[in-house]
Design a protein around this ligand. Structure first.
Ligand code: NAP
Length: 281
């Protein structure tokens, strides 16, 4: 079974469009805003931010691109985030990762107010989610969870192996799967005997950042393979060749996790705007 993120994301967008129209009416014509902060001129980051802005427009939200030079300091970026935190029309703030090296990215993520952290990058949001409490989920792992739920992939009691432990992907992915009663193993660059561990997995999430690093032959027959990676030429972190024969279900690259990440970000922005609209007269 192909876990078609592109088609599901398009369906979700159609539903969000209707919700946004109702929201704008309730807000007397005001349009909720997602602020997208891009620091520097990395072309891939610029493309991702543009795609997120375009998705906003498709559902009727306003996107506010904030473009800052590569030389931006932590203090300058913190100042911009605080300004956006205080702007009532801004209902979501996205800070595109990674930021230039001189910036304390964690401090900046943690300055985004929890109710506007629609990309789920703050430590507070991660902590709350890990405790099974409400917070917007980190967009990529939350998008993967939405995809697994849509396709009714059984999770309870299954052994999930997450390869990668980054703060925005691997760690929250592991916590979300644990919250759904998976037995979770997290692998990283110091893990020994990775093929053996992957061979025991009912569900494998590739979040390594190395093209086709996870080999099809390592996977158990009938495993579910989720590929979060994306590299030039439409290659993911999991080897493509033989994947559909080996797996019971898998995500395509492209058209799997990528579109789900964007639709989750937009969905969480709409949720934030809906919450705010019920709080204000
Ligand atoms: P990252 O911060 O570079 O983290 C990579 C992780 O992989 C680290 O935890 C690292 O371990 C682990 N790793 C590296 N080499 C390994 C090895 N030989 N064996 C086992 N583990 C190894 O990357 P990320 O931001 O999490 O992104 C991962 C992938 O997802 C990338 O391909 C990225 O493009 C993609 N991604 C996609 C989306 C989307 O919207 N589709 C969003 C975000 C990321 P250590 O911790 O030990 O270094």
């Amino acid at each position: 079974m192909l876990l078609d993120g592109k088609t599901l994301a398009a369906q979700i967008e159609q539903e969000l469009k209707i919700r946004v129209q109702a929201l704008i009416q309730r807000m007397g014509g005001k349009i909720p805003v997602l602020a997208t902060i891009l620091v520097g001129d990395d072309p891939s980051s610029a493309t991702y931010v543009k795609m997120k802005g375009n998705a906003c427009k498709r559902v009727g939200l306003e996107s506010l691109p904030v473009l800052l030079p590569t030389s931006t300091t932590t203090e300058e970026l913190l100042g911009k985030i605080k300004e956006l935190n205080e702007n009532p029309l801004v209902r979501g703030i996205l800070l595109q990762h990674p930021v230039p090296k001189q910036i304390d990215e964690r401090k900046c993520f943690d300055t985004i107010s929890i109710e506007k952290d629609v990309d789920g990058v703050s430590s507070l949001g991660f902590g709350l989610m890990s405790m099974g409490k409400w917070a917007y989920g980190s967009a990529t792992p939350k998008g993967i969870m939405n995809l697994l739920e849509h396709y009714k992939i059984p999770l309870e009691g299954k052994h999930a192996v997450v390869v990668g432990r980054s703060a925005i992907l691997g760690k929250p992915m592991a916590a979300m799967l644990l919250n759904k009663n998976c037995t979770v193993t997290i692998c990283h660059s110091k893990t020994q005997n990775l093929p053996h561990i992957i061979g025991q997995a009912d569900i494998v999430v590739g979040a390594v950042g190395i093209p086709e690093f996870i080999k099809t032959q390592w996977l158990k027959n009938g495993a579910v393979a989720i590929d979060a990676g994306y590299h030039n030429g439409g290659i993911g972190d999991i080897q493509k060749e033989g994947l559909s024969d080996k797996c019971s279900a898998h995500t395509p690259v492209p058209g799997g996790v990528g579109p789900m990440t964007i639709s989750t970000l937009i969905m969480q922005t709409v949720e934030s705007a809906e919450k705010f609209s019920t709080l204000t007269p």
